[in-house]
Design a protein around this ligand. Sequence first.
Ligand code: NDP
Length: 444
Amino acid sequence: MSYTEEIYARVVEQNPGEPEFHQAVKEVLDTLKLVIDANEEEYRKLGILERLVEPERIISFRVPWVDDQGKVQINKGYRVQFNSAIGPYKGGLRFHPSVNQSILKFLGFEQVFKNSLTGLPIGGGKGGSNFDPKGKSDREVMAFCQSFMTELHKYIGADQDVPAGDIGVGGREIGYMYGQYKRLTGLYEGVLTGKGLTWGGSLVRTQATGYGLIYILNEMLKEAGKALEGQTVVISGSGNVAIYAAEKAEELGAKVVAMSDSNGYVYDPEGIKLDVVKDIKEVKRGRIKEYAERVDSAVYTEGKGIWTVKCDIALPCATQNELNLEDAKALVANGCFAVAEGANMPTTREATDFIQEQGLMFMPGKASNAGGVATSALEMSQNSARLSWSFEEVDAKLKGIMADIYAKVSDAAKRYGVEGNFVAGANIAGFEKVVDAMKAQGLV
Ligand code: NDP
């Protein structure tokens, strides 16, 4: 058995019932095989892979709160502090009923490589709760966030662990958690990112993941002699990442024809009107279905199926494993030539393999959605320096970081003889930096 196979078998055995975590580890180890085989003796001796797949720490706790009917509710809370070799733990908090330890470990593991790719000094972590903010009153969300932070604050800090938002955690939730952190510690420090602009937030953070996705997509298209202008794009989701990916794609001349939420999708052949989507999702917290009620040219379809809409470029921006083999076949049959992941691991392994075998360009989330965490790191820099940069300054830095990530990913793939395989390129480039730091810091 090779070293990578041994480690994968060990992960499956020692982390039972955690399929998402197994899936993430397998994808990374498979693509790192080339690098690991070349350094096997040294890595085995140092236990590099054993350490890499084991989180430094997992904190799990009870979150009690009282609902509007006066009833006590209990949720699970977690923070997975995965790897701090290159900086303080950094990664989002997810509030969604599906949250469990497996999902947070997969996200934390991916985050280690993603953060490394940004070139900024941030380690990897992830956290969250099985709390569902949907349908809750503002008071209930505040009560939950305050209780969550009452426990979490013991383990985080501006130089220790800096959480951000993720699914179900936007400006409102970050605000309530920041307020509680400040109240408990007396510190006004950059302990969370995604803060409001009047209290330490960074311009462009809201747009960063979506914009960054389009910036790196543009780099990928450029190297292939193509352009975004005039292309038809399908984007799943209608949350933070999806909305700002659509905004930048439209700004650069593409036409976004479909978007979705967990209930269904809308198809608008005339191009999605983003002001309507923003009003539904950001202001009214409504359902994407309402788009078709407001826009004559649009049709709403209940359920999955967004990937059957004909497009040139597909951008999965909702959640993990939302694009399966069947979906990938539909995309290929309809002439789609590029897929870039806005969400984390939205494409299943079988779908990714198929897409790559069919010769489509494919950019994995750890590279293509890194703009969010990169801009979070820029927020941390501004907080430490007590400065606020302009929109143009932050946007220019983001653009530069995404171009740099593309160059690193493309170059690593070329160096290891797998040109154009950006999944391998992203894993290799992210891994090299983390391992270097782990070796330098000794056995910790
Ligand atoms: P939001 O909560 O703002 O939006 C998520 C969107 O995906 C919503 O439209 C939601 O629909 C939809 N969705 C969620 N779960 C499912 C599901 N099971 N099936 C179908 N649709 C679903 O989250 P974000 O936009 O912030 O995050 C989206 C993805 O991007 C996640 O994978 C996240 O980890 C990743 N990401 C986010 C970053 C950020 O900066 N925000 C940074 C890097 C990655 P509904 O409203 O019906 O639930």
